[in-house]
Design a protein around this ligand. Structure first.
Ligand code: SPV
Ligand code: MN
Length: 622
């Protein structure tokens, strides 16, 4: 098949492709060269010359512009192409398959026909870049080789910062069909941005492990190896008996140089990246992990190697580690920020004054500029981002590329919850944690997100947007995962957003550093905990020295009592809410979920009878 596109490839690119002896790969590449019909093709190996070519193309095509600091560039997505397009992102399902009520699905035959129609000749006038990467560490049980076809040099360049190289991996693959495939085209461009956003589509075919993305540039829709691969990996993991999770991973540094690894799932805007980046700890990853059983242990890897992070609110005081990277030479792509005349970068919440004019995702921008609908355009988009390889970080954990991954001691579920959950809590066991902390995760919307503030959004394991299998099966996979494990990770919940009844925040944002240290001690059984009807909470005498050590703060017993008081009515209504969702909106809920909620309800009611509606921790430790 590859012979058919030999002329278009040219001698050098053809040679690079046939060095990989994989029929399925060749068929895939030649099929989409013929369909998309680019003017030219560039096959990128892992060599530094090839990668340099991509970097230069990004600037030459205007997809990126150089900035004042060496290595920094900026990229703009279209005004209406600034976020993941949930409506037009669909899982393609064969006629005999039912994925339940929570997924956005489409008949596979119809979807394939539509997307192939859209892709026909879409790359006319463009250059196609063929790139090879490896999800997870190289030469590891976790590795998933992946090939990306894209006509965006920005996408090809971003992936270079975000993923491990994979050309050599493909050369060793033989004829294996176990690899992911991505086809992306930005489509027709107007002023450098996708012109046909009304035909924006992201279609996911788990049957063939292919994702198609068209008429969009925003990274969450286009960077195949990120959230598009995640849908394929969730499906593959479910078949093969492991887990793909929307989680950070970090090493928490305990006593005597002990390092204990945690992974954590938090919905957007609940403190995920900031937890992964905490001072004093070391980072494995901030967004996606694969978790497998190896020799009876739970092991995790970061599928990525870089960070595509939200830039809004990053400032020198709260995020010193990222701040340093963003203000020094190094390869960084800024997207949808504000640039002024000196090629300097600004964003909302940077902590310095924003210039009165500049260039942003809306083009020439001045303060108080309004869009076509009369909405004021902020200096930088709320979803403006930075992209860099984690090698630029000073807090990178040495286990980052370990082919065996790191052994997970604890899993954390975090939500934005002003009324119900205590700041940190441990589950009774794995099942209790999966069911009452992970599967019931919700997050309140904030003024910064679209829609009403304070509305709770159901987001189990913070993975709802990315599921490609029925929710009930996904939960069951978690329950089953521990079979045969020698050490079962502990499960915790955290809530950085608890408020008092007047709406005042109760905990310092930095307190999360202490909660992590407490969880680390719990994993090793170094401190006791207090039983409550919903889980195990810290003792005052264990937190007091930690606050002193970590934050040099005096932690009072009054504060402890206030933040760890069990709020019975709020906890009961949460159970009510979640049960309703599983009863009415999830067709394959495992029965044990309802049992776990019922038992929790019963424990709460018994405690209420004994101690009243609001129960201070002391009552449970007496
Ligand atoms: C998220 O929204 O969870 C992200 C960014 O990590 S995106 O790539 O858009 O998914
Ligand atoms: Mn994410």
């Amino acid at each position: 098949m590859i012979e058919r596109v030999k002329t278009k490839l040219g001698r050098e690119n053809y040679r690079k492709l046939i060095e990989i002896e994989n029929q399925k790969l060749h068929d895939f590449i030649s099929k989409y060269i013929q369909l998309c019909n680019p003017d030219r093709v560039f096959v990128c190996t892992d060599s530094s010359e090839d990668i340099q070519y991509i970097r230069e193309r990004a600037v030459l095509t205007g997809e990126e512009k150089k900035l004042a600091i060496p290595g920094h560039t900026v990229h703009f997505d279209g005004y209406y192409d600034q976020a993941r397009d949930k409506k037009n992102t669909k899982i393609l399902v064969p006629k005999d398959v039912d994925l339940g009520l929570n997924l956005n699905v489409m008949d596979r035959d119809e979807g394939l026909e539509e997307i192939h129609g859209i892709l026909k000749n879409i790359m006319e006038g463009h250059e196609l870049y063929v790139r090879f990467f490896c999800l997870g560490p190289i030469n590891s049980k976790f590795s998933i080789p992946s090939v990306q076809l894209t006509d965006s040099s920005y996408v090809a360049h971003s992936e270079d910062l975000l993923y491990r190289p994979g050309y050599e991996v493909f050369k060793k693959l033989g004829n294996s069909e176990r690899f992911f495939r991505f086809v992306h085209s930005a489509g027709k461009l107007r002023n450098g941005v996708s012109a046909d956003v009304d035909k924006r589509r992201v279609y996911i075919d788990t049957e063939e492990n292919v994702v198609y993305s068209a008429n969009t540039q925003y990274g969450g829709n286009t960077i195949g190896l990120k959230k598009l691969a995640m849908r394929l990996a969730i499906n593959l993991a479910s078949k093969e008996g492991w887990l793909t999770e929307h989680m950070f991973a970090l090493g928490v540094h305990g006593p005597d140089n002990r390092v204990t690894y945690f992974t954590g799932a938090f919905p957007s805007l609940c403190g995920k990246t900031s937890t992964a980046m905490l001072k004093g700890e070391t980072i494995i990853g901030d967004d996606i992990v694969y978790i497998k059983k190896i020799d009876g242990q739970t092991c995790a890897v970061n599928t990525e190697r870089g960070i595509f992070g939200i830039i809004r609110g990053i400032n020198s005081r709260d995020d010193p580690l990222i701040w340093d990277v963003l203000n020094n030479p190094g390869e960084i792509i800024f997207s949808n920020v504000l640039i002024n005349e000196g090629e300097k970068v600004y964003w909302v919440g940077k902590g310095s004054e924003i210039p009165a004019k500049g260039i942003n995702h809306s083009g020439e921008w001045t303060i108080a500029k309004k869009d076509a609908k009369g909405n004021e355009i902020p200096a930088s988009h709320p979803n403006a981002r930075f992209t860099f390889n984690m090698d630029l970080l000073t807090n990178l954990d040495p286990g980052i590329d370990d082919p065996e991954g790191v052994v997970v001691g604890g899993i954390i579920f975090g939500g934005r919850d002003s009324h119900t959950s205590v700041p940190v809590m441990e589950s009774f066991d794995w099942k209790h944690g999966v069911l009452t902390m992970g599967a019931t995760l919700e997050s309140e919307t904030t003024a910064a997100t679209i829609g009403k503030s304070g509305v709770r959004k159901f987001n189990p394991m913070s993975n709802l947007d990315f599921l490609s299998i029925p929710l009930g099966r996904y939960i069951q996979n978690h329950l089953d995962f521990v079979k045969g494990l020698r050490n079962v990770p502990k499960i915790f919940s955290v809530n950085y957003f608890l408020r008092d009844y007047d709406g005042n925040s109760l905990t310092d944002m930095l307190a999360k550093r202490v909660w992590l240290k407490w969880m680390e001690l719990r994993v090793h059984g170094d401190v006791e905990a207090i039983w409550t009807p919903v889980g195990l909470i810290p003792r005052y005498e264990d937190l007091k020295p930690l606050f002193r050590e970590v934050l040099n703060q005096d932690y009072s017993e009054e504060l402890h009592t206030e933040i760890f008081t069990l709020r019975i009515p709020e906890n009961l209504s949460r159970i009510e809410r979640i049960r309703d969702i599983y009863k009415n909106k999830v067709s394959d809920t495992p029965e044990v979920l309802f049992t776990a909620l019922e038992e929790q309800e019963k424990r709460l009611e018994e405690a209420q009878e004994k101690f009243g509606y609001y129960i201070p921790p002391q009552k449970f430790s007496e």
